[in-house]
Write a protein that binds this ligand. Sequence first.
Ligand code: G6P
Length: 367
Amino acid sequence: DAVQRGDYAHYMLKEIHEQSQAVADTLEGRIAGGKVLTQIFGVEAEQLLAATQAVHIIACGTSYHAGLVARYWIEQLAGVPCTTEIASEYRYRDPVVREGTLFLTISQSGETADTLAALKLAKQMPYLAQLAVCNVPESSIVRESSLVLMTRAGPEIGVASTKAFTTQLVALALFALALGRVKGLDDARYADGVRQLEQLPGLIVETLKLDAEIKTLAERFTDKHHALFLGRGTHWPVAMEGALKLKEISYIHAEAYAAGELKHGPLALVDEDMPVIAVAPNDRLIDKLKSNLEEVRARGGQLYAFVDETVAHGLDAAHVVILPAAGEIAAPVISTLPLQLLSYHVAVLRGTDVDQPRNLAKSVTVE
Ligand code: G6P
């Protein structure tokens, strides 16, 4: 055990630091000459992508959050309608399938009972094909799917998923770009998306240098009972993933909200005891998010912002963590990293079992 963890105190920390390599491995051989190679999804992928008129994503837990990010990308880049749904809901709700819909599962283990059951159900319905984004090559979900794109995160031991999530985002970005290209995505935006993926391993290394700063920041959270995470657009699911990490391993109750929903309830909870964590890239929603954050400050909430330098300017917050600037594809990956580190350090300070949190399993193979 200690040997495999090397110098790291926990598998989770080791896996957080493996993300640059895991992302590089997931990209390896999948881009050539500035283009995503369509055949990486399977031999018939070119025709299938052309025939795809909608995408239906099914997953659980952290993988579901990756699917929620992908939904924004697929609609923004490919103009193809996409819905993302929790497997345990999908399998019991009599779903209706429109013609030309691609069924997409996301799973680290490839063995999650609900996701596998949803896939088996989908195979009896008139979907175009079933694509799996998965980390375990010989798994049941891979075997049951007609198309597969493997993430290459390597074995993930910590129950709280880290490198599996970021490599899923990379695989899903490859998919959204490949679909976008077939569906007429503009050349410059396509090329920029591919470039962002190619630069991602380096940007991850740079971002993880924030570790020491976040370790100090974590001290402010150790005695908290609740935390609120806010984001908009692709950063709403990033906020959901940040909240999930914190509750899984530190047992602090954490909730994520789309920042625009603040007024519809969670603002009532905001006071000096409620830390509010906001994640945001500098995108078209930034001014709206800033005004949401001002409402938090006006109510005495402690605001922690994870933003790039351009956004940080003039932001009134208890603490601002400056992230490297990143584009629409790279930003959700980059913003996830400090949230992983934050939950890790808070959990260590609280003395919980980081790699094996109580009551949770790495792979949920029973319903
Ligand atoms: C469990 C794990 C999570 C994971 C989820 C889905 O809850 O603790 O980390 O996200 O299952 O698992 P999968 O293997 O399908 O991605």
